[in-house]
Design a protein around this ligand. Structure first.
Ligand code: BES
Ligand code: MN
Ligand code: MN
Length: 462
């Protein structure tokens, strides 16, 4: 029998090449121009699961993109791990800012990844991280040392809100029955400071439209005499935060759980350098809610951000015009206990209330989801912690993340099991950004660590 370390050193070039092939398919779920590519990616994942040793693999149709399901059941009396991941990716825009084409993966060395990183859209989020699980399974089946049953559920709509998965899960609770859910779709602090994600924020995403006059107007003939929707929208957005950077929507903070001083002190122990943080982003100061640290602001506190704003003339040169309409896309990151549908409603009511006479406001909710926190006193967390101890040589730090995987809260509700978030990406990997990448070291370290999770989870389940 080979150890995982031996297996990786024999097969690592193939592991990298296979991931590169997967990254070449532009599975952008947000853009229907890529729908055939999204479907082709699902087929490729199916294939890879078969080759990795699943004894049943199936493409589950949904109202949207299919869900790839695969399983290897070795003994009904053993515990079952359900692996979740996503095969869709974010749009690559703005394309011009990529140093190499987003769907033509290249390996380049960086300061943080001296052993090289794979640059491509989806390298880290989530194809690379999802594929670590496929390769870990390949190792365990090839050696006949898989200690648990395993089920895979890989979806194609995570980046657009997981609507079809939310449809699929309650209809298939028996098929998906498990003892723990394992996901690699988050990050860790640094390659020498591993961490396990213990929380995700919720999300409410809305689009707003402000309409003034019924047509675009000459800004000389009408300017000053009618409401300019872009001016008004900017003012309304600016009013959503006060001078302390608190969100002004009435009721917004009502259900926010305030962490105790002890919990905040515990959080503050995680290694973090504000100087390096600022340097990496080339900013001279951080900015955020008064009385909270940077790590608190981006994990345990809710936020409101404009993701895009448009209207009027943005072509070359100058055009004197008062646009009829202005738009913005706004997201609110939520913390556990805040209900995303309730927050969406509070936003809508408030935004309509603050609109001055002279404009009409329309608020359209997009998608959302609840936040999630997982306790660390369960065997899933303990198995993960032991796995990192074996492969990193140190105990991982539990840390709440600012990102969202809305479907995780639904898993708990429908499948009644805890999710363990073993992420191997770094914040500097530029997910959702131009030049997204995933360290080769991180990719292989993930493949190495996962089999230890299975081993310890099986042992702790006895
Ligand atoms: N993998 C990310 C979420 C993530 C990344 C969590 C890093 C923690 C650390 C996921 O694919 C994602 O991008 N989620 C979206 C929400 C979704 C509904 C579009 C997000 O967080 O913006
Ligand atoms: Mn993801
Ligand atoms: Mn993502």
């Amino acid at each position: 029998m080979q150890t995982i370390q031996e297996y990786i050193s024999t097969h690592k070039n193939r592991f990298i090449e296979e991931l590169i092939e997967l990254l070449k398919i532009p599975s952008v779920s947000a853009d229907t121009a890529y729908s055939q590519d999204v479907l082709n990616t699902a087929d490729a994942i199916m294939d890879s699961l078969k080759k990795a040793g699943c004894d049943h693999v199936e493409l589950c149709e949904t109202p949207g993109y299919p869900i790839v399901y695969g399983e290897k059941i070795i003994d009904k009396n053993l515990p079952t791990v359900l692996v979740y991941g996503h095969y869709d990716v974010q749009p690559a825009d703005p394309i011009d800012l990529w140093d190499s084409p987003p769907f033509n993966p290249v390996i380049k060395k960086t300061d943080i990844h001296p052993e090289g990183a794979i640059f491509a859209r989806g390298a880290c989020d989530d194809k690379g991280q999802m594929y670590m699980h496929v390769k870990a399974l390949e190792y365990m089946t090839s050696q006949g040392n898989l200690p648990c049953n395993v089920k895979f559920m890989i979806e194609g709509e995570e980046e657009v809100g997981s609507e079809s998965l939310a449809w699929f899960v309650p209809r298939n609770t028996e098929k998906l029955a498990n003892d723990v859910i394992l996901i690699s779709d988050t990050g860790m602090i640094a390659n020498d400071i591993p961490s396990i994600t213990t929380g995700l924020r919720g999300l409410s995403y809305v689009e707003v439209e402000v309409t003034g006059p019924n047509r675009d107007l000459h800004s000389g003939l009408y300017g000053g005499a009618v409401a300019n929707p872009i001016n008004i929208l900017s003012k309304m957005i600016a009013s959503l935060h006060d001078e302390n950077n608190h969100i002004t929507i009435p009721g917004f903070y009502d259900k926010v759980e305030e962490l105790s001083r002890e919990e905040r002190d515990e959080m503050a122990k995680a290694p973090f350098s504000l100087e390096e943080y600022k340097k990496a982003l080339e900013i001279d100061a951080v900015y955020g809610e008064k009385d909270y640290t940077t790590n608190e602001r981006n994990s345990i506190r809710p936020t409101l951000d404009v993701n895009g704003i448009w209207g009027g003339y943005i072509g070359e040169g100058a055009k004197t015009v008062i646009a009829s309409k202005a738009y913005a896309k706004i997201s609110m990151r939520l913390v556990p206990n805040q209900d995303w549908e309730e927050i969406t409603q509070l936003f809508k009511t408030h935004f309509e209330n603050i609109a001055p006479a002279g404009v009409k406001v329309k608020v359209t909710p997009h998608h959302g989801g609840q936040g999630y926190v997982t306790p660390i006193n369960n065997i899933g967390y303990q198995a993960a912690s032991k796995a990192y101890q074996e492969t990193f040589g140190v105990t991982p730090i539990p840390q709440r993340s600012g990102g969202s995987i809305p479907i995780v809260a639904l898993f708990e509700q429908e499948l009644k099991s805890k999710t363990i978030l073993m992420g191997f990406g770094l914040n500097s990997d530029a997910i959702h950004s131009p030049n997204e990448h995933f360290g080769v070291w991180n990719y292989l370290k993930g493949i190495e660590t996962i089999p230890y999770f299975y081993k310890h989870f099986a042992e702790l389940s006895k």
